[in-house]
Design a protein around this ligand. Structure first.
Ligand code: SF4
Length: 417
């Protein structure tokens, strides 16, 4: 997958907003919520690497502290909370800022036609002297051109998500759709997308941190893919990092939840979904869909949810891949178990055909297993200096016997009366 290369990405030391490197003392982050369940906010505050606390306290070396304006987390309320948004909109903030949008962007014209709004924050005074709520879509429209970066968090903000699913009475869309293909931030960046429903919090905070590094001139902007996703997070599919990948490969498929087998026949879409949740975990490297027994329903993908519905039904492609894995697995699995059983024996136990364990009976290898292991070891050591009975190994064994014999004779001599 080719990484996108907008103009700013080619220039590591692009001065930000006319400020020389090192002069940025703070960066404002304006959080906007559209058609959202607030799950992305929850995910973000659960992030650990880095945490929101590290970002706002400026405790990451080289990064300017983030002044976070978040409608749920703010301690200010009313006009005191909205005032910085107004200053940014008017171009009088006096510091660089990023815009973070959570939830999909609704078509406010539909709501306005009926005399209302879908999602709004703050109010302007209208011609009649009344308060006119400001849709968050309007804030996005007004703040995006002056922002160092616009970051869409979560699948609703990135691709439209659940509010934009079939039916879509609100006319919802992702930030990229709303701002258009030609949008570039003040730093020359298209919309940055961190999908997931909800996203991995660390994916979001790490993206913010890397953008801030670039903004502060202390690091290059990392690679984003052609959809604006951080490429290093979304290049691989879920399946490639799944803890159940070995079961898939050996053709072990779950028929019900609760086991450790692969979940593809229960409706897992992991083999085609770009996401890192199984390797990164949901919070603090813990949890995450297949790690905790759930299937992948494709929540990071632009086609979610319609392209993955109905949930909990095996994808058609699973029939082909599961059938071939089952066929190959039924042959490979017993051979692996034989090899594994031999490697659970020390050389001594294997020779004696007895394991002195008080925990349970370990059956010695049967004739077939011994024969299989004989040929396996031949192959294993083929071409190696240390293959069984090679001149080199015979010499080592002779040296060992000599060494032991000398020691025994000396012990006997010294302990003789
Ligand atoms: Fe792949 Fe899903 Fe099976 Fe994991 S559970 S191995 S992601 S198909």
């Amino acid at each position: 997958m080719a990484a996108a290369t907008p103009s700013a990405m080619t220039n590591r030391h692009t001065p930000a907003f006319g400020l020389a490197s090192g002069l940025i003392t703070e960066v404002h982050a304006f959080w906007l919520a559209g058609m959202s369940c607030d799950g992305c906010s929850i995910a973000a505050v659960g992030a650990r690497q880095p945490s929101v606390e590290q970002l706002v306290s400026g405790s990451i070396p080289g990064l300017p502290p983030v002044v976070l304006h978040h409608p749920v987390l703010a301690t200010d309320a009313g006009e005191a909370f909205i005032a910085p948004y107004r200053r940014a909109r008017a171009g009088t903030l006096g510091a660089p800022y990023v815009v973070i949008y959570e939830g999909s962007v609704a078509d406010e014209r539909i709501a306005a036609f009926h005399g209302g709004y879908w999602s709004a924050m703050g109010a302007d005074i209208d011609a009649a002297g009344g308060h006119k709520p400001i849709p968050t879509a309007q804030w996005l429209h007004d703040l995006a051109p002056g922002a160092a970066a616009v970051i869409a968090i979560g699948t609703c903000a990135t691709w439209g998500g659940v509010p934009a699913a079939a039916g879509n009475v609100t006319g919802s869309m992702g930030v990229m759709d709303f701002l258009g293909k030609d949008y570039l931030s003040a730093l020359g960046l298209p919309v940055i997308n961190v999908p997931g429903c909800s996203p991995v919090g660390d994916n979001f905070t790490e993206t913010v941190a890397t953008v801030l590094m670039f903004l502060a001139g202390v690091g290059p902007l990392p690679a984003f893919d052609e959809l604006g996703r951080p490429a290093w997070m979304f290049k691989k599919n879920v399946h490639q990092g799944c803890v159940r990948g070995g079961s898939y490969e050996e053709g072990l498929f779950a028929k019900a939840y609760g086991g450790t087998e692969c979940l593809v026949e229960l409706g897992c879409w992991g083999p085609v979904v770009q996401c890192n949740i199984v390797s990164r975990g949901a919070i603090g490297h813990a949890g995450g869909c297949m790690n905790t027994g759930g299937i992948c329903i494709g929540c990071t993908m632009p086609g979610f949810p319609d392209a993955f519905a109905p949930f909990y039904k095996a994808p058609p492609g699973a029939m082909v891949s599961a059938y071939s894995s089952r066929t190959v697995g039924s042959f490979i699995r017993p051979l692996r178990r034989i090899t594994q059983r031999r490697r659970n024996l020390t050389e001594h136990w294997s020779r004696e055909r007895s394991v002195p364990s008080g925990w349970g009976h370990v059956a010695p290898p049967n004739v077939f297993e011994r024969a299989a292991n004989y040929f396996y070891r031949k192959l294993q050591h083929a071409g190696s200096e240390f293959r069984p009975n090679s001149p080199r190994q015979q010499q080592l064994q002779a040296d060992g016997h000599q060494f032991i014999g000398d020691a025994k004779r000396r012990i006997e001599k010294e302990s003789a009366p």
